[in-house]
Design a protein around this ligand. Structure first.
Ligand code: PLP
Length: 431
């Protein structure tokens, strides 16, 4: 399997090269030359196939011969060694809980897979690698946890000061060792811009071996397909595939779901649920894509004004809007609606959503009102405890803090405060 750049001005790369490079030199995104088609009997028998086997089967064609089979099996089983339960909220809606990993975020899967692949590739090369990441919240914790103590790899994480929750901040500033947190006095888009500038800086790249760990990296992006197959494995209504609602920020998760769909995953429809950052919902109205400044919301991991993976979603549909709109709808949900949803679902269904899951739930609810015969799945991407400052005043109760979070809240914060100007980042990386 080879990957081309969506800008078409960079050489093809295999999985190993695409993972190590992060982004092609022409600033496009890597995209697989072909999308594998899954055999019919695989999907029909999916209930009888183990999660490890499913994940291996999905990812193997993308990794191809860059990692031997037994190593890949090992990587896959370490990546998914926690639960992905599909929980019933009511007769029309189920929640796929993706927050049972070590940092209580769905990004654990991508981060665990990528860190293990990179660790393996670095061992081959005998080189030292610096991973540079921008985070709007959950990426940082998942990446920090995934890479902690991986030999030969240093991780530098940029996050927007005062725009992530205290639990998220603790997760990325507590590990230390090979993990450095840089607190940017600006927005997530500033962090992402600085990271992009570093990757485009040939002077810097000559000096150090630099790569990304954002969802633009294929090793983080592709394993997100697993969720959708794990959901389908637990879905009990083969004749009526689910509508799948995905809380979307950088659009990595939903574009992985659409890739799974292109491989044969049964699904009725997809909903790209957004908060007030509505570049994509507006695109669905106007068919003109226009990035905007990110605005801060209570679902802060989705505060992205210019979603990187939008281009991959278009690529999957070969840039045919008429095809895209048959499969995907995009709906923007305000903070007020998000809060009302958390409250209502808690009081009426006795299920506690986090703000991101609540955005997806509210968007699915709107869609199902016009499609009453259908049923759906909300991807619940974070544990509600990570947003207790939002949740507790809404439900007027305290949420119990899991032990794995309690432990890190008491560790001293270690971060470097930085203005959102590239010269400061360059200076730091150069020394
Ligand atoms: C990152 C994140 C999202 C958005 O996922 P994308 O792949 O960037 O669209 C949604 N919810 C939570 C909790 C996240 O951390």
């Amino acid at each position: 399997m080879l990957y081309y750049s969506t800008n078409k001005k960079a050489p093809l790369a295999n999985f190993k090269e695409a993972t190590i490079n992060g982004q092609p030199a022409d600033s496009g995104l890597y995209f697989p030359q072909t999308i594998p088609l899954l055999p019919k009997n695989f999907l029909e028998n999916i209930k009888h196939i183990s999660r490890e086997e499913i994940a291996f089967k999905i990812i193997q064609p993308y990794v191809d011969n860059t990692i031997d089979e037994s190593t890949l099996q090992q990587i896959v089983s370490e990546t998914i060694n926690f639960n992905f339960p599909l929980t019933r909220i009511n007769e029309q809606v189920f929640s796929l809980e993706l927050f049972h990993g070590p940092t209580l975020a769905f990004k654990d899967v991508g981060a665990r897979f990528m860190s293990r692949c990179m660790g393996h590739f670095v061992k081959d090369n005998g080189k030292h690698l610096t991973v540079l990441v921008a985070t709007s919240g959950d990426t940082g914790g998942a990446v920090a946890n995934g890479f902690f103590d991986v030999e030969g790899v240093n991780v530098v994480i940029l996050y927007p000061s005062k725009k992530v929750s205290s639990v998220q901040e603790a997760q990325l500033t507590s590990p230390g060792k090979n993990i450095t947190a840089i607190e940017i006095d600006g927005s997530f888009d500033d962090c992402q811009r600085l990271v992009k500038l570093a990757f485009a800086d040939s002077q810097l790249k000559e000096k150090m071996f630099l790569t990304s760990a954002n969802s633009i990296n294929v090793a983080r992006w592709l394993p997100q397909q697993f969720y959708y197959f794990f959901a389908y494995r637990q879905w009990n209504n083969e004749n009526h595939p689910p509508v799948i609602s995905v809380p979307s920020g950088n659009f990595g998760n939903i574009s992985a779901g659409l890739l799974a769909y292109a491989s044969g995953l049964p699904a009725k429809h997809f909903i790209a649920a957004c908060n007030a950052n509505d570049a994509v919902p507006r695109f669905f109205q106007s068919q003109a894509f226009e990035a905007r400044e990110a605005v801060a919301t209570i679902s802060n991991a989705m505060d992205v004004g210019n979603p990187s993976n939008f281009i991959r979603m278009m690529e999957i549909f070969k840039h045919r809007f008429d095809h895209l709109k048959n499969v995907v709808s995009s709906i923007s949900i305000s903070d007020e609606e998000t809060i009302a949803t958390i409250k209502q679902v808690f009081e009426e269904e006795n299920y506690l959503l986090d703000p991101h899951g609540a955005v997806a739930y509210a968007a699915l609810h709107i869609y199902l009102q016009q499609h009453k015969e259908q049923t759906g799945i909300v991807l619940e991407t974070a544990h509600p405890i990570k947003f207790y400052n939002v949740i507790e005043p809404v439900i007027k109760q305290s949420v119990e803090i899991p032990d794995k979070i309690k432990a890190i809240l008491n560790i001293d914060k270690k971060s470097i405060l930085m203005k959102p100007e590239y010269k400061y980042l360059k200076e730091y990386l150069n020394t």
